[in-house]
Every structure is written in structure tokens, then in C-alpha cells.
Ligand binder design. Sequence first.
Ligand code: 5GP
Length: 183
Amino acid sequence: MDAADIEKDLAQIHFTEEQIQAKLKELAARIEQDYEGKDLLIIGVLRGAVMVMADLARSFSRHVEMDWMAISSYGSGTKSSGVVRIQKDLDTDITNRHVLIVEDIIDTGLTLTWLVSNLQSRKPASLEICTAFRKPDAAKMSVPVKYVGLELPDEFVVGYGLDYAEKYRNLRCVATLAPHVYS
Ligand code: 5GP
């Protein structure tokens, strides 16, 4: 499969690589300012957040520690249910640490709400959330999201870490898929 093969599968590009990178640089600058003088640990949720973590971390001109969690959320169709299982836990003890969760996308926010309550029980010094993308349903979430990148409509998208059947994660843009992909 070459690049052209992937591009044929896209219906609409919502955000280009340039738009995503510009927004991440803006978020990184805000985060750097807010955490000045504090050690920062960023936690990525596998596998979708790999690209955001890599680009965000490299936009910092300060030290930042990185750790990863893998969780699976059970749901029907493309929506999650909030029933979550830890597949890989953190390697770091986050007690008294300044922690920032880095997410790819927030849709219902059920997965994230579960994650926040799990991490809060470990008594971090602070806990905030950063997401590259957010969908309209996230407005109903009870947990505040301090750093929000780009707003998407309520449509299934792929790219920049987001997959469809484990494909399209390596796209540099975020796009909806053409109908022929699903048939
Ligand atoms: P939530 O619990 O917020 O409803 O779901 C969050 C997770 O669902 C995300 O971390 C992501 O893995 C997945 N997700 C939500 N919307 C999309 C989407 O449009 N495309 C893809 N590929 N995954 C999505």
C-alpha cells in the first residue's frame, strides 16, 4: 500500500498536518508556562495518543517525563461505555507528582472520567488533561479538560494516531473515511 492508496480512502480532511502541528505548539507553550518551576510527568493513553505525545513532548523546550497506560474500554459500535480494564499500568509512582494526561480524542469522555478517578486515587500533586481533539458529546463530561486542541463534529475520524481496524493511524491529517472503506 503506498500513500496514494491511503488518500483514496479519505472522504474529508478535517485538519491538515499543519493545522494540527500549529495547535499543538500553542498548547505546548501554554503548558510550559503553567508548569514553570515544576517537574512534569505526561501520561499517554495507548495506542491513540502516541503521535500527540511525541509531537507535544518535542514542542517543549523543558524537561518532561513520559509514561504510558494501556486501557481498553468496552462499548457498542463506535461509542464507549465507561467500562474499562487496565492492560498496561504506569511504571511510575505518581504520588505527589504533577501529572498531565495526554489524550488523542475525547468523545463521550467516559474512558477519561474513569481514568481520572483511577489516577486521583494515587494522590498526585496535580492532575490535568490535554486532548488533541474533542467531539461535541464531551461537553456533558463532569471532569474539566484544561488543554483542548481542535474541535471535531460528531463523526468517526481516522489519522494522527486514530485507527479504523488498526489502519490509518500513520496518516498525518485527521479525516473521515469514504463509504467504500466500510463496505
Ligand atoms: P470516549 O470514552 O471519550 O467516548 O472515547 C474515547 C476513545 O474512543 C478515544 O481515546 C478513541 O480511542 C476512541 N474514539 C472516539 N472517537 C473516535 C473517532 O472518531 N475515531 C477513532 N478512530 N477513535 C475514536
